[in-house]
Design a protein around this ligand. Structure first.
Ligand code: MV4
Length: 477
């Protein structure tokens, strides 16, 4: 096992990794920016090293700073978390040259999966279903020819990265030239790679992903599905495990496909295969994420498997002793992301001091958050304040429990998305699991209007409870 792990990230995931290290008896070092000096990961880690100023390019993305922090503090491994350096194909190589272990898949696998057209091709060759589509396009006229063969509508997607950037819907040939130019420019700006590929456009799909774990000896298992269809501008809002309403046959097929895909590329460590699922139960590989994801906790709650601890053990050379037949999905888990954003202002990010934070508790509730009363939300990073997760024996109990947990939560200071989340959970279409990527766009106006009628931080209107007096300002600690 490692002696000391550098946590090359911030926020709630940095704390999550520190906690995993502590339970494994491994020392942790929090690498932090000047804006993150007062965060919980810094406080909870065994040591902490400042790696630079707030802008990510000067700290969390600054490879020499991160590597130096690992070396001077005597670390033997680096955990990248999600975002930042987690899917940088050079990091594993650099780590190896410095005698450090990168906690993640091999550089070769990261490189292959970071090219989304190549990933699609590799998974198709492994026998996974993919939508009709193309490899990387040569130019606009190549796009025109291939789109004609696939049949409109088609999506132009960026080879260099997922997440919806550099993506354009093309409904007919007359729109192609403009869409190609815009998508290509966007892709160049976002990923430093203007290349595009095509896919047949699937209307109203669900986003269903499969969690996998593999070791360095060829053992690979899956840990079931998550539904992540509720997204706003390609940002996930609420996730659940397992994906509800899918037949056992389909759930099994998704798991088997994910394992087959991973075996074909020699995958190791934690990863996620994203699929689109249509109304008739068709499923299509979309892309693979070669990192731990924000929503990993819902999988942990329904499987009892600590994914972050397994990431560390596997990187240290442990054998994956978990057998597929020992993985059982029990009950249902839901995660709500709590963002410092104002739904009334188009989800404008909010900064400022959290005067009071009262997290929820009780049976089946988990809170993964780096914030506390007195914490100042910096402006340099994403607006995720934390995640509230619940487990229930079934989906209905999980929904009731999440409504109860969100109702207990008090955040005084920046406006958050809690009231918006409450409205999603109260919506009859959500109760019916009518999930698809159109859910939020379809119901957005109603959800925001209803959220504005709920005083922020107030209990669920269905269960009026006593209001706590709010101090003018709460101290830290
Ligand atoms: C699609 C699609 C329909 N058909 N691909 C959005 C982000 C990126 N990861 C892929 N995305 C999509 N790809 C085909 N061929 C619809 C989406 C999509 C979407 C996917 C998952 C969750 C939310 C979404 C919202 C809009 C579009």
């Amino acid at each position: 096992m490692f002696k000391k792990v550098l946590v090359a990230n911030r926020g709630e995931i940095a704390l999550r990794i520190v906690r995993a290290c502590r339970e494994l008896g491994v020392a942790s070092v929090a690498a932090f920016s000047e804006a993150d000096r007062d965060t919980l990961a810094v406080r909870e880690a065994d040591e902490a090293v400042c790696i630079g100023p707030a802008p990510p390019a000067k700290s969390y993305l600054h490879i020499p700073a991160v590597m130096s922090a690992a070396l001077i503090s005597g670390c033997d491994a680096i955990h990248p978390g999600y975002g930042f350096l987690s899917e940088n194909p050079y990091i594993g190589e650099i780590c190896a040259q410095l005698g450090l272990t990168f906690i993640g898949p091999s550089p070769d696998v990261i490189t292959r999966m970071s090219d989304k057209a190549q990933a699609r091709k590799a998974m198709h060759e492994a026998g996974l279903p993919v939508l009709p589509g193309s490899e990387a396009l040569l130019n606009e006229s190549d796009a025109r020819e291939q789109a004609g063969a696939i049949g409109y509508p088609v999506l132009l997607k960026a080879v260099g990265g997922g997440g919806g950037r550099g993506m354009r819907l093309v409904e007919s040939e007359s729109d192609l030239a403009a869409a190609y130019a815009v998508a290509s420019n966007e892709a160049r700006n976002a990923f430093n790679n203007a290349d595009l590929y095509l896919e047949k456009y699937l209307i109203g799909p669900r986003h269903v992903e499969v969690q996998v774990l593999g070791d360095n000896f060829g053992h690979i298992i899956h840990l079931g599905t998550r539904d992540c269809s509720l997204q706003r501008r390609h940002q996930k809002v609420l996730e659940e495990a397992p994906a509800p309403g899918l037949s056992d046959t389909l759930l099994k097929a998704l798991g088997t496909a994910a394992v087959k895909g991973c075996k074909s590329i020699g995958y190791s460590n934690a990863g996620t295969l994203e699929f689109l699922v249509d109304r008739s139960g068709g499923y299509y590989f979309m892309e693979m994420n070669t990192r731990i994801q924000v929503e990993h906790g819902v999988t942990e709650m329904v499987t009892g498997v600590d994914l972050v601890k397994w990431q560390i053990r596997i990187a240290a050379g442990a054998i994956l002793t978990l057998q597929q037949k020992a993985i059982r999905i029990t009950g249902h888990a839901i995660e709500c992301r709590i963002n410092a954003e104002d739904p009334a202002k188009g989800f404008l990010p909010q900064a400022g001091t959290i005067q009071l934070f009262l997290p929820p508790g009780g049976i089946g509730v988990r809170v993964d958050s780096h914030v506390y009363s007195g914490y100042s939300v910096p402006t340099s990073y994403d607006s995720l304040l934390g995640k509230i997760l619940v487990w229930g024996e079934d989906r209905a109990e999980a929904i009731a429990r999440m409504r109860r947990a969100l109702g207990e939560t008090i955040i005084v200071g920046p406006v958050t998305t809690i009231a918006f989340q409450q409205q999603i959970l109260a919506h009859p279409a959500f109760a019916q699991a009518e999930l698809d990527t159109g859910f939020l766009p379809r119901h957005m106006d109603d959800l925001v209007d209803a959220a504005l009628g709920t005083p922020l931080g107030a209990p669920d209107p269905g269960s009026p409870g006593p209001r706590l007096p709010v101090p003018a300002a709460a101290g830290g600690q």
